[in-house]
Design a protein around this ligand. Structure first.
Ligand code: FAD
Ligand code: 2HG
Ligand code: ZN
Length: 470
C-alpha cells in the first residue's frame, strides 16, 4: 500500500516534491525539540489544486495528514507521530501574495506565505498587517490562522482570527471551499471561516487567506520601564489605557529572572535597566513622532510620580526600538538554550493576575524547592507565559518526567479557578490533549467531536491533535 501511495503521490507532485529519504528533521522535529516523529513522506504541493489532489489520494489510501507551515508551533501539532504512517503536507511552496486591495484594506495571500512577507506586502502599499510574533521570519500565515496566533499587538489589533476576513480551504474530502471574501459584513449562514481558524489542521487545510490591513500609524515609539511589583505593573497598564486608548499598541511584561536568562545566553544584547524586579515593554502609536513622545513621556512621568515606574528608557531611534523588542523576543530562545522547560501559555482576567502569581509560586516551590519560574507575556491581553525551568543542575528530562504532571495540575487548577484558560495563544496540538480531556466541559467536547465527525468523518486530518479520543 505504502509503495502504491508514494508512486501516486510522485505522479501528482513530481519526484522532487515528495521527500522520503535523507534528513527530514526540519519536518519531523518540532521547534522546541520536544516531539520527534517519523513521516511516511513529506509532500510539497505548489497550488491549491495539488493540495486537493493529495488530500483525495490520502483519503483513498487512508493516509493521515499532518499539515505544516513554518514548523514554529510550540505544542507539537505540526509534526508527525512516531508511527511512520502520517504524511506531512508542507504548505511552504505556496507562498504567493495573490492580491493587495489597498482601498478595501485587504491582502489575499497563500497559506505558506511567511508572516514577515505578508507584513512586507502591506508595507509596500503604505499599509500595516499588524500580526507580530517573535517567529515571524519563519512562521506562515496558514499556521498563524490554523493556530489563531496572538503575539505582541493583540491589545490593539486583535489576534489572527480578528485579522482574517476570508479563507480558501481544502476539505477532508479533497474539495476546495472558496471563502476568500474581503467583506466586513456577511451574515449569510454559519461562519465557516471561524470554524477553520484555530482548528490546528484538524478540520481542513488552509490554502489561502484574505487578511485585514490597517493604515500605518504616523509614528510608533517604544520604551522599557522598570516596575517595583506586579501591582505597579497593573496600575501602569490602567494609566496607559486611559491616557493612550487605541494609541497603546504593545504592553509586554518581563519578570527579572527572564532578563537574567537573557544576560546569560545573549550577553551581547544590551540591557538598559539595572536588574529590575519587573519590566514592561510599552509601544505607543500616534500621528507623528512629537505627539508619540509627548504622550509616552507624560505617561511615564505620571507613573514615576506615583511610584509605579523606576528607571525607564525611551528609544531614541528605530534601531534602539528594535533592540528593545529584540530583548523581549529573545526570551523563548534564551529559555530554549537553558534547557527544555514546562510551558504554560495561560490566559487570565488581567485583574486576577496578582492573586494568581502570589498563590501559585509558593505551591510550586513546595513541590520543587529550587524551581526557576520564568514569567513574561502579553499582559495587555491577560496572557502570561508562566514557564518553569528545572532547578539548576537537574536534568530537564528528569524534571519533566517527575514533575510535569503535578506542576501542570497546580498551575491549571489556579488558572481555571479564576476563569482563565490553559491555552491562550499557542493552541492544543499534542501537548495539551490531556488537559482538553480533563478540563473542557463534556458539552464543549461533544460539540467539538460532532463538528470533527461532520468535517473529517474518517479522522485523517491531524489525528490525535486537539481532541482527546472519545
Ligand atoms: P506550524 O508550526 O507549522 O503549525 C502549527 C499548527 O497549525 C499545526 O497544528 C499544523 O498542523 C497547523 N497548520 C499549519 N499550517 C496549516 C495550514 N495551512 N492549514 C491547516 N493547518 C495548518 N505564537 C503566538 O501565538 N504568539 C507569539 O508571540 C509567538 N511567539 C513565538 C516565538 C517563537 C520564537 C516561536 C518559535 C514560536 C512562537 N509562537 C507564537 C508560536 C508559533 O510561531 C505560532 O503558533 C505560529 O502561528 C505557527 O505558525 P507555523 O507556520 O510555524 O505553523
Ligand atoms: C512569546 O510570546 C511566545 O514570546 C513564546 O509566545 C512563549 O516560549 C514561550 O513560552
Ligand atoms: Zn506569546
Amino acid at each position: 500500500m505504502g509503495a502504491a501511495f508514494l508512486q501516486a503521490l510522485r505522479a501528482c507532485l513530481g519526484d522532487p516534491n515528495v521527500l522520503v529519504d535523507g534528513d527530514l528533521d526540519a519536518f519531523e522535529v518540532d521547534w522546541r525539540k520536544r516531539y520527534r516523529g517519523r513521516a511516511l513522506a513529506v509532500a510539497r504541493p505548489s497550488c491549491t489544486a495539488e493540495v486537493a489532489a493529495v488530500v483525495r489520494l490520502c483519503a483513498s489510501h487512508g493516509v493521515p495528514i499532518v499539515p505544516q507551515g513554518g514548523n514554529t508551533g510550540l505544542v507539537g501539532g505540526g509534526v508527525p507521530d512516531a508511527s511512520g504512517r502520517q504524511l506531512v503536507l508542507s504548505l511552504a511552496r505556496m507562498a504567493r501574495v495573490r492580491a493587495v486591495d489597498a482601498d478595501n484594506l485587504t491582502a489575499t495571500v497563500e497559506a505558506g506565505c511567511v508572516l514577515q512577507d505578508v507584513q512586507a506586502a502591506a508595507t509596500a502599499h503604505g499599509l500595516l498587517f499588524p500580526l507580530r510574533l517573535g517567529s515571524e521570519g519563519s512562521c506562515t500565515i496558514g499556521g498563524n490562522l490554523a493556530s489563531n496566533a496572538g503575539g505582541t499587538q493583540v491589545l490593539r489589533y486583535g489576534n489572527a482570527r480578528e485579522l482574517c476576513l476570508g479563507l480558501e480551504v481544502v476539505t477532508a474530502a479533497g474539495e476546495v471551499w472558496d471563502g476568500l471574501s474581503g467583506l466586513r459584513k456577511d451574515n449569510s449562514g454559519y461562519d465557516l471561516r471561524d470554524l477553520f481558524i484555530g482548528s490546528e489542521g484538524t478540520l481542513g487545510i488552509i490554502t489561502a487567506a484574505t487578511v485585514k490591513l490597517h493604515p500605518r500609524p504616523g509614528a510608533t515609539l517604544t520604551a522599557l520601564a522598570a516596575c517595583p511589583g506586579i501591582d505597579a505593573v497593573l496600575a501602569l497598564l490602567r494609566a496607559a489605557r486611559s491616557r493612550l486608548d487605541a494609541g497603546l499598541t504593545g504592553f509586554e511584561l518581563i519578570e527579572g529572572f527572564a532578563l537574567h536568562l537573557l544576560a546569560r545566553h545573549y550577553p551581547d544584547l544590551r540591557q538598559p535597566l539595572d536588574a529590575p524586579a519587573w519590566a514592561v515593554l510599552l509601544e505607543v502609536a500616534a500621528g507623528d513622532e512629537t505627539e508619540a513622545r509627548e504622550r509616552l513621556h507624560a505617561l511615564l512621568d505620571e507613573a514615576s510620580a506615583h511610584g509605579l515606574v523606576g528607571d525607564a528608557v525611551v528609544a531614541a531611534s528605530l534601531a534602539q526600538a528594535r533592540e528593545l523588542w529584540q530583548l523581549r523576543e529573545s526570551i523563548p530562545l534564551a529559555q530554549a538554550r537553558e534547557g527544555l522547560n514546562i510551558k504554560h501559555d495561560i490566559a487570565l482576567p488581567v485583574s486576577a493576575i496578582p492573586g494568581f502569581l502570589a498563590e501559585v509560586e509558593p505551591r510550586l516551590r513546595a513541590e520543587v524547592p529550587d524551581l526557576r519560574v520564568v514569567v513574561y507575556g502579553h499582559l495587555g491581553d491577560g496572557n502570561l507565559h508562566y514557564n518553569l525551568q528545572a532547578p539548576q543542575g537537574m536534568p530537564a528530562a528528569d524534571f519533566l518526567q517527575h514533575h510535569e504532571a503535578s506542576l501542570n495540575r497546580c498551575v491549571y487548577d489556579a488558572v481555571l479557578a479564576r476563569g482563565g484558560s490553559f491555552s491562550a495563544e499557542h493552541g492544543i496540538g499534542a501537548l495539551k490533549v490531556a488537559e482538553m480531556a480533563a478540563r473542557k466541559s463534556p458539552v464543549a467536547l461533544a460539540l467539538m467531536r460532532t463538528i470533527k465527525q461532520a468535517l473529517d468523518p474518517h479522522g485523517l486530518l491531524n489525528p490525535g491533535r486537539v481532541l482527546p479520543p472519545p
